[in-house]
Design a protein around this ligand. Structure first.
Ligand SMILES: [Zn+2]
Length: 508
């Protein structure tokens, strides 16, 4: 798709036999493929996921606390939920990983025969899912979690967030805040996040050091900050960062004009030209509050979406964040253009922004992605909670219990996000050739028993505390709920320093 998709490469030529992609469909997990009690089964009597052979892993030089890239691994799970094809749940399957990519998905018994001696991670009561894609966040704002709550958007921004940012935001702030956000997101099964914040290079450095995938926002806003002086300066700095990091396999970029109320027509025109020239998505807060829409009508004579349409920004690369206040014609417009919406239900609830018509958008052909927004307005970077809230809210808003069913919510949290970012050829589902960005969710705890349908549990019953393992590009970053990245060491002491600094600011 062009330069913006710079980490998408052609899948390696796997040996033909390993491309045997066996899909065994099952509509519920109480089906015939279930393990039988008492039967000889590799998954029996295991309290935790097992990695075998352990001795080989130790010989390879890996030590605890050091994330590793396993050149060849077999992940054997009770369920594999590939997301593509839609609705598929594969029982007792294995995912073969090679050189960071998914090599094959096949029944566990066939995998053992096809890959004898390969290092295997047993996930006996787990669902293996694509890593979750957080389609909208301000990662560094993890340092502002709980700094100010219970306010509407504009008061929250003008009286608390923007003054604190003006005083404290720096590359160090962004690096430490993003590291903290990465730790939280990895522990919740998130493998990729779409960031919009100042000093994006610091965010990129942090995510890359951790081993997480990120889409970095080339942010544009009219007011000056410690990062840049005006919209042109923001864009120039962001584009230079993109040039410096274009070969990084873990990052992609979006143009990220903050919002219609903070970006001028001239800047939007320049962004539209850059988006077309560089094939970059445009990530923008849009129709978040009724106030935003009213102000646009007063100042520009049209609603924000119509203003963006006239400026050439409505197309398949648009990622409209929030999209709460929409008329039927606007929903139809977004659908007709194949645009994406980053739906952030918790943020919309907390800031009393309103209720996004997500099911109507889905039916109109809008690509639905899910985001947490920043930790200061949520206050969790928890995609399990967003899936559940999105699925529940969609039903109430549409007055239809069939709205945003569980499989659609999981798709929004994975492939929908990847598609919004233009990276769905590389991640977002468990398909041979894609990067092995994966999460394992342990379904054996009492609150998840019995299990008739793992996807129902993933959306309605499970939480991020059930995530045990996370891989990004085949690299194990979370193992048995423990973070494996050395980049996250010493984080706690730095968090405390920032807490003291921001607390003293809040007390001023
Ligand atoms: Zn936001």
């Amino acid at each position: 798709m062009g330069e913006a998709r710079n980490f998408i490469t052609q899948p390696p030529d796997f040996p033909r036999k390993t491309l045997a992609f066996s899909l065994r469909f099952a509509l519920n997990c109480a089906g015939r493929n279930e393990s039988k009690p008492g039967r000889e089964n590799a998954h029996e009597n295991t309290g935790r996921a097992r990695r075998v052979p352990r001795a080989e892993a130790l010989r390879s030089g890996r030590s605890r606390g050091h994330a590793k890239i396993a050149a060849e691994t077999l992940l054997r799970a009770r369920w594999v939920v590939p997301v593509e094809p839609a609705g598929a749940v594969l029982h007792e399957h294995a995912v073969a990983v090679r050189d960071g990519r998914i090599e094959a998905v096949l029944p566990a018994a066939e995998a053992i025969a096809a890959y004898p001696g390969r290092e295997t991670v047993d996930l006996p009561g787990h669902a293996l899912i694509p890593g979750l894609v957080n389609a909208h966040t301000h990662a560094a704002m993890a340092l502002m979690r709980g700094l100010s709550d219970d306010l509407p958007l504009m008061r929250w921004l003008q009286e608390h967030v923007w003054p604190a940012e003006q005083k404290h935001v720096s590359p160090d702030f962004v690096r430490d805040g993003t590291l903290l956000a990465c730790a939280e997101m990895l522990r919740g099964g998130v493998t990729c996040f779409n960031d919009m914040y100042f000093f994006p290079e610091a965010s990129l450095e942090a995510a890359t050091a951790v081993g997480m995938r990120s889409a970095q926002g080339i942010i544009a806003i009219e007011f000056p900050s410690a990062y840049a002086s005006d919209a042109a300066d923001y864009l120039a700095k962001g584009l230079a960062i993109r040039d410096r990091w274009r070969d990084n396999p873990l990052s992609s970029f979006c143009l990220a004009p903050h919002a219609p109320y903070t970006v001028s027509d001239d800047s939007f025109r320049r962004i539209a030209a850059l988006a077309a020239e560089l094939d970059l998505p445009v990530h923008v807060h849009l129709h978040e509050t009724a106030d935003e829409v009213e102000r646009s009508v007063a100042e520009h004579g049209v609603r924000p979406l119509e203003r963006l349409r006239r400026l050439g920004l409505v197309g398949p690369g648009l990622i409209a964040v929030h999209a709460v206040h929409l008329e039927p014609a606007e929903i139809e417009l977004l659908g007709r253009h194949g645009a994406s919406v980053a739906h952030c239900p918790s943020s919309n609830l907390k800031l009393a922004s309103g209720f996004s018509p997500v099911e109507a958008m889905r039916k109109a052909g809008v690509n639905i992605a899910l985001g947490t927004d920043g930790a200061a307005s949520n206050n969790r970077l928890d995609m399990f909670q967003e899936m559940r809230t999105a699925a529940l809210l969609a039903k109430a808003v549409a007055r239809d219990a069939e709205a945003l069913p569980a499989h659609a919510a999981l798709r929004a949290a994975t492939l929908g996000g990847a598609r919004a970012l233009g990276i769905d050829a590389a991640v977002g589902s468990i398909v041979p050739g894609k990067w092995a960005d994966l999460a394992a969710v342990d379904m054996r705890s009492p609150e998840l028993q019995p299990c008739y349908d793992p996807v129902s549990h993933l959306v309605y019953a499970a939480g991020r505390e059930n995530v045990t393992h996370v891989w990004v590009a085949g690299r194990l970053l979370l193992e048995e709920r423990e973070l494996r990245s050395e980049a996250l060491g010493a984080l706690h002491s730095r968090e405390l320093l920032w807490q003291n600094a921001l607390k003293s600011h809040a007390d001023d």
